[in-house]
Design a protein around this ligand. Structure first.
Ligand code: CDP
Length: 252
């Protein structure tokens, strides 16, 4: 503590094998998904996941802007991932930096592979992801939120897309990295899964894993995604559950 300025590397695993927040290696952070909190958007969802807070809004299918992007035989899927300036410890410069552009692109591609875009030619499906508070895994939280928002908007899809980052800390493969684990760990591997087919539609990696570790990480991530999938489905059920008096769950 007295060593001001030195970068203290925290102990990421206790001798008992617990993580800095007391989680087991294969344990997710607390996850809460709310479908339909925004009333102006065609679909929306709010995700609170550990210390992450992420809002997603979906508009469309609607007219394409800019017009020249229009495709005659299918809808285009446009995505904007943005981190609020106040979402991180050190104020982030507002606007689309390279990291946000990359994340927006990989998320759009993940959704393009599950949305039945050919049903809406010459239109755009616009996905907005706003990170209000960030604590690692925000691209995955963004995919979870956007996926529920797309379903809330009634966009036909093969399936919802649960997503999670798996990683390596203190030599062990762990599920759902929090910020210190992401910063000081040895690997970070975000993924998004189509639960019914088991197909991965997003897979990125930072750091190093050997073949056995990669295989363990993928298995752990798929298990985590299946747990997340249940929470996402429940959020949609809660939104559309018909109350005894005949009102729908989330209506304004
Ligand atoms: O959020 P995600 O893990 O998908 O992406 P990342 O690029 O691996 O970033 C990990 C974490 O670093 C973010 O979730 C933020 O907590 C933090 N970060 C930050 O503090 N300032 C930035 N400009 C970008 C990321």
């Amino acid at each position: 503590m007295g060593n001001v300025g030195a970068k203290e590397v925290p102990t990421l695993l206790t001798p008992e094998g617990l993580r800095i927040d007391g989680r087991r290696l294969d344990e997710l952070r607390a996850l809460k998904v709310t479908a339909g909190p925004l009333h102006e958007a065609d679909g929306s969802a709010f995700v609170e996941w550990g210390a992450n807070k992420v809002m997603a809004a979906v508009y469309g299918p609607r007219e394409v802007h800019p017009r020249h992007l229009q495709e005659n035989n299918k809808a285009i899927v446009q995505c904007r991932y943005n981190m609020a300036a106040f979402s991180v410890d050190e104020r982030k410069r507002p606007g689309l930096d390279r990291r946000s552009q990359e994340i927006s692109k990989v998320i759009a591609e993940a959704f393009e592979s599950v949305i039945f875009a050919e049903e809406y030619p010459r239109t755009s499906i616009d996905v907005y992801i706003e990170v209000l508070q960030a604590n690692a895994g925000t691209r995955c939280a963004g995919i979870v939120a956007a996926s529920v928002a797309l379903a809330d908007a009634g966009i036909p899809m093969v399936d919802l897309l649960p997503a999670v980052a798996v990683g390596k800390i203190a030599g062990r493969i762990v599920l759902d990295l929090k910020k210190e684990e992401d910063n000081f760990g040895e690997a970070d591997l975000p993924m998004a899964l189509v639960p019914q087919s088991g197909r991965l539609v997003l897979l990125q990696m930072e750091g190093h894993l050997n073949r056995a570790e990669l295989s363990e990480a993928l298995d752990l991530g798929v298990k985590g995604c299946r747990q997340i999938y249940d929470v996402m489905k429940q959020a949609l059920r809660d939104r559309y559950a018909v109350r005894p008096e005949g009102h729908t769950g989330g209506a304004a």
